[in-house]
Design a protein around this ligand. Structure first.
Ligand code: SF4
Ligand code: SF4
Length: 395
């Protein structure tokens, strides 16, 4: 979307939400499981978390120190909204249950993805006067231990022996800029390439943890699971409550299963939480290595608007809407889109919150990124590809 009325693009959306402002100060998470617990921190930070709702009678009452209500108990309470925080498979069942008691989607309850991606960021600025981002990442290195042919960051094109990582100073500058403008981020992720290759990783984990941990819901590292971090890194991750997301490419590379086992055993020993993905069966192709739309401005705006990638990235003063666009452009030498970012340091005082919100929700001067010309965008679902096929033997 092109900016036409910067800092006021969402005024009407906010006005509508604020008509029911009181409801949004009493939020209940439906589902006292992994997802619900991970979403709780932000609501607590804003002082609006009222408790969980769960159908499991064993969780009702108190569960792991939280209040858990049955739906019947919730219905006796005035006001409030429900955020449905359960796995995809049981969403339809919960939605039916809520509709059966005459609650309406979009008014009385929301799916957590919709709530955290689009509704809460608006409420955060217009109701609480704070900036909220759902997901932000920092790519510490573009080097990787694998060379996936279709890496969405184009890391296969990087020479591991000559490519420069971000310096520790650049990383500090990035997070200082980011957290000077953002009050709370639901998930802040250290990524790569393979971030465990980054030699200052433990310093970074500590730097961010000691300064900004209270502004982060989930503080995490995404790894391909091929390296077990050293003791210093493990201690830093444990002390700063960093969670590991481990990709699972063992269908294509069976030898990885043993590495995942080694890594998860060590993480368990250190009491570090982790999420080992289910064995991935297919990826979707962004098409960066062959798509060239030669598209008009109108078409590029359409591609961008329908894409809705959640992958924001911070890199020094620059806040990128799409980490794939930034990294592929650099790693594969596209030489386009160098200015497709928001300058965090140039954001003006109070007005800056609305500008940042609008950028995060897809507004910009051009209304698209140059790299959208070389990407399938939302159409990538039509192009399934094998997971993590390797260019050459990588390890
Ligand atoms: S593991 Fe594969 S997809 Fe992930 S960063 Fe490395 S090369 Fe890219
Ligand atoms: S369409 Fe544009 S914004 Fe979406 S993934 Fe591709 S490059 Fe990124």
């Amino acid at each position: 979307m092109k900016w036409e009325n910067k800092s006021h693009e969402l005024d009407l959306v906010a006005d509508k939400l604020l008509q029911k402002a009181d409801k949004y100060k009493y939020v209940y998470l439906f589902g006292a499981g992994k997802i619900g617990i991970s979403l709780r921190a932000v609501l607590c930070a804003y002082g609006i978390f009222e408790g969980f709702i769960d159908n499991d009678i064993h969780k009702q009452g108190q569960f792991k120190g939280y209040k858990v209500y049955s739906l019947e108990e919730y219905l006796k309470k005035p006001n409030g909204i429900i955020v449905v925080a359960v796995g995809e498979k049981i969403i339809p069942e919960i939605l039916r249950q809520l509709e059966d008691v005459h609650l309406s989607k979009g008014k009385d309850f929301f799916l957590y993805t919709e709530f955290y991606n689009t509704i809460f960021p608006v409420l955060s600025v217009y109701l609480f006067d704070k900036s909220f981002i759902n997901l932000a990442q920092i790519s510490l290195t573009e080097r990787c231990t694998l060379r996936c042919k279709k890496c969405a960051h184009g890391c296969f094109a990087v020479d591991n022996s000559t490519t420069k990582d971000l310096t520790l100073e650049q990383v500090k500058k990035s997070v200082d800029s980011f957290f000077s403008k953002v009050d709370f981020v639901q998930e802040f992720v250290l990524i790569g390439g393979e971030p465990i290759l980054y030699r200052h990783l433990s310093n970074v984990v500590e730097y961010i943890g000691s300064r900004y941990r209270k502004q982060i819901g989930i503080y995490s590292i995404t790894t391909n699971g091929t390296i077990v971090p050293d003791e210093k890194m493990l201690k830093a991750c444990r002390d700063n409550e960093v969670m590991f997301h481990i990709s699972n490419y063992s269908k294509t590379i069976p030898g990885l299963a043993n590495m995942y086992k080694k890594l998860t055993d060590v993480l368990k020993n250190y009491g570090i939480s982790y999420n080992l993905d289910k064995e991935e069966h297919e990826w979707m192709d962004y098409g960066f290595d062959h798509v060239d739309r030669n598209a008009s401005e109108e078409e590029l705006i359409r591609v961008f608007d329908s894409c809705k990638t959640p992958c924001r990235e911070v890199r020094e003063n620059r806040f990128y809407f799409c980490v794939m666009a930034r990294s592929v452009a650099e790693n594969m030498g596209f030489h386009v889109g160098e200015n497709d970012y928001l300058d965090l340091d140039a954001l003006p005082g109070d007005k800056g919150k609305k500008e940042l919100l609008e950028f995060t929700l897809g507004y910009s001067e051009k209304g698209y990124l140059d790299m959208c010309n070389y990407c399938y965008g939302a159409d990538m679902v039509k192009y399934p590809i094998p997971v993590a096929e390797q260019e050459e033997k990588a390890y």
